[in-house]
Design a protein around this ligand. Structure first.
Ligand SMILES: [Mg+2]
Length: 168
């Protein structure tokens, strides 16, 4: 089903990159906000995150940061890394997936994000392998985040992702 991730983890730390590399995947597309970094704040890149991205990279994956957030926000995150950063991605709509990933085989791409509605559905529609993680924080500041959280929870329910029911 187009809204079901292939794997579900509490956070990115338990993803088995060695296994995914052996399975033939060669590109990792990371969401930024609430997947790797806290949203809506000044970017503070921890050594832990730098080491983590280096570790993923060391398995031989190409890494791309793909965010629906603004250019300014994505730049403030991306300047700490040598990897490609794409802002205003408009996930889950197909246009930018086709534009930016046209030179890569879709079924060799792993998409990692905290939202079914954007990260998982977008990655699945593109034909990639999708990994859902729990958001780093739960924001309920704006009316639209409340609506999106409602939609998100609906998809999580129909996907049978009860809290704590993580992929082994
Ligand atoms: Mg996110």
């Amino acid at each position: 089903m187009f809204w079901k991730p292939n794997e579900y983890h509490k956070n990115v730390s338990t993803i088995n990159w060695e296994k995914l590399k052996q399975q033939g995947f060669n590109v990792v597309v990371f969401d930024i906000d609430n997947t790797l970094d806290l949203p809506d704040k000044e970017t503070i890149i921890t050594k832990e995150l730098l080491d983590y991205i280096d570790k993923v990279n060391s398995f031989g994956f190409e890494i791309i940061f793909f965010s629906n957030n603004t250019q300014e926000r994505v730049d403030s995150f991306g300047k700490h890394f040598k990897h490609q950063c794409i802002a205003n991605a408009k996930k889950p709509f197909r246009k930018n997936y086709k534009k930016f990933f046209v030179d890569r085989e879709a079924d060799k791409i792993v998409f990692v994000g905290d939202k079914i509605v954007t990260d998982v559905i977008g990655g699945n529609l593109h034909g990639g392998y999708t990994i859902l993680v729990d958001p780093l924080t739960l924001q309920k500041k704006y009316w639209y985040t409340k609506v999106m959280t409602f939609v998100e929870n609906f998809f999580r329910k129909v996907s049978c992702f009860e809290k704590g029911n993580y992929y082994e």
